[in-house]
Design a protein around this ligand. Sequence first.
Ligand SMILES: Cc1ncc(COP(=O)(O)O)c(CN[C@@](C)(CC(=O)O)C(=O)O)c1O
Length: 391
Amino acid sequence: SSVFAALAQAPEDPILGVTVAYNKDPSPVKVNLGVGAYRTEEGKPLVLKVVRRAEQMLINNPSRVKEYLPITGLAEFNKLSAKLIFGADSPAIQENRVATVQCLSGTGSLRVGAHYLHPQPTWGNHPKVFTLSGLTVRSYRYYDPATRGLDFKGLLEDLSSAPSGSIVLLHACAHNPTGVDPTIDQWEQIRQLMRSKSLLPFFDSAYQGFASGSLDKDARSVRMFVADGGELLMAQSYAKNMGLYGERVGALSIVCGSADVAVRVESQLKLVIRPMYSNPPLHGASIVATILRDSEMFNEWTLELKAMADRIISMRQQLFDALKSRGTPGDWSHIIKQIGMFTFTGLNSEQVAFMRQEYHIYMTSDGRISMAGLSTRTVPHLSDAIHAAVT
Ligand SMILES: Cc1ncc(COP(=O)(O)O)c(CN[C@@](C)(CC(=O)O)C(=O)O)c1O
């Protein structure tokens, strides 16, 4: 008998489980629009040329060793990552108010940040008090199914009623799964409200440069908050914009009120990381540092990044045109209005299941499709499936 005999079968992950189902499907016309991982026109994963070049340089470097990194990770990677998201001219960086630690990609950055924010109990009774009143997760209104756009009024109302000191998770750009981002004016209203109520922003930036094709444009929301001198947390991922998915490369930055607070914050982050995974992996961070430190490689990266963003935008236009040419019932303009990796189609779970069974189209049950999974070749097949699903 087994000590695990009573264990129940856990369900597949709602997002990564779509790829599991896709891989099992023998159909020659199957299309995977589940996980938000970039694919080329030929439907293949892409390793950026500049990444291959950086790896070659690393391999050719005879003095390279495989020693442990410090708990906080590769220092140069941390500095360059903060500069990338906050801007080279960021006042917070100039005043040494940013504590950055390399983490296991975006998820790892969010996890370390969340762990750090969970109050550090001191008195023996604190754990009971905090576990009873620990970090409770509540959601705020964001997406309006009627307009397939932002429920801005609902968002402001919910943030207005959040208790002062609450932590608010915000997508820096390319909101997942809706593809709906606040406008710059709406971000300014969100910033003012949050600062007036002392709500602590926790930004999640998994698609910088992927949404608009511009690294700086996609960081505007974050930089508005940093410019006001307030504090925030920032989780960065290089999975998508540098195509380093499996290397698990990311960073958590905490912008603090002063330099001496930043020093103490970094020391506390080390207490979270050391017992969690001790220190992060070397290879991916070395690739990123090699690219970000060299202006010529940085420029080559921005060109490849823009090409990926542009291909996704062209897929939006092609899908929209294909549905219009079929006279598919419904307003599909949200396909070209939404931004980033995903389109939130508005298809319901029955329609998603129908498209999987009859057309071998794979997407998450909430109707989200990864536009990067599409190509000129597969747009007609997807449009036929959507047309059949809604008529
Ligand atoms: C908003 C957001 N934050 C963080 C992450 C985590 O990325 P990382 O840990 O790989 O850096 C993702 C990835 N979301 C994907 C692309 C993949 C996934 O679900 O893991 C998605 O399909 O939604 C994301 O969409």
